[in-house]
Each structure stands twice: as structure tokens, then as C-alpha cells.
Design a protein around this ligand. Sequence first.
Ligand code: THU
Length: 145
Amino acid sequence: MTSKTDLIAAARAAAAHAYAPYSRFAVGAALLLDDGRIVTGCNFENASYGLALCAETVALAKANSEGDLARVVEVAVIGGSIATGAMAGADPVRPCGRCRQIINEAAQLGGRDILVHCSSADGEKVETHRLSDLLPHAFGPADLV
Ligand code: THU
């Protein structure tokens, strides 16, 4: 069984692959699926700055491309500045607004309130939130019918 600590460790390993030469802020995300598998992602920037993809979005797109979007039960996010070498930062990284909306698509599809573990770079500070607290009154698939 995957613990919160294991999921954060998987997110940290993914952050090592962050392509973040512009912000020099590395982020890793790990999704826990309902069958125990883990899907990871890291941020992926571009010389055209606005095209950057967040770690959570990359991980969710990977899960979707394998047919697993409805299976996501938990998400871990970790990140920090890599400007001076190793990833550093005292505060937990929380998903941006766009990523919250994209996590919500997985939550609605799977019919569950996804737990989001937000970790500081060193793993010392971890907050766990329900997606419904991070994104109250969300717009979702049900609003389109
Ligand atoms: N970033 C993420 O990957 N996830 C978030 O939830 C917040 C921001 C990335 C985007 C960009 O590459 C860098 O962090 C700085 O904003």
C-alpha cells in the first residue's frame, strides 16, 4: 500500500526531470491510481514562456493517455527553486488554478474527492487538502448537460 510519504517521494524523483531553465523552479507530481499504480510528471517549460506545462498537468495527461484518468485517487506535489542547485524552498507547493481545474476533471470522472498532498522541497512541511477545498464550487462535466 502506498503511503503519503511514498507518493511524495515519487513526486520528488519526478521533479529531478523538471525542464525549468526559465523559472528555475522545479515541480514534481505523482498520482496514485485506485489499483496502486503511480503516474508521475514534472514541469516542462518552453522558450515561449507561456507554453509551460505544470507537473500535475503532465502527470494527468499521461494518466489519461493510458486510459486511467478516472482511477486517480490521490495527488502529491513537491517543488522548489533550483536556482542555486538542489531544489529548495520552505513552503508547500500547491497546485495552480489551472491544475486544480484539471485535477477536478479526474475527480468528476472517477466520482471521488481527490486528496492533494502538497510538500515543501525538503518534505518537512506537508499539507493534505481535499480537492473540493482547493477548488470549491468547481465547474465540471455535469455543468455541460
Ligand atoms: N508549476 C507547476 O508545475 N505546478 C504548479 O502547480 C505551479 C507551477 C510550474 C510552472 C512553471 O514551470 C514553474 O512551476 C514556475 O511557475
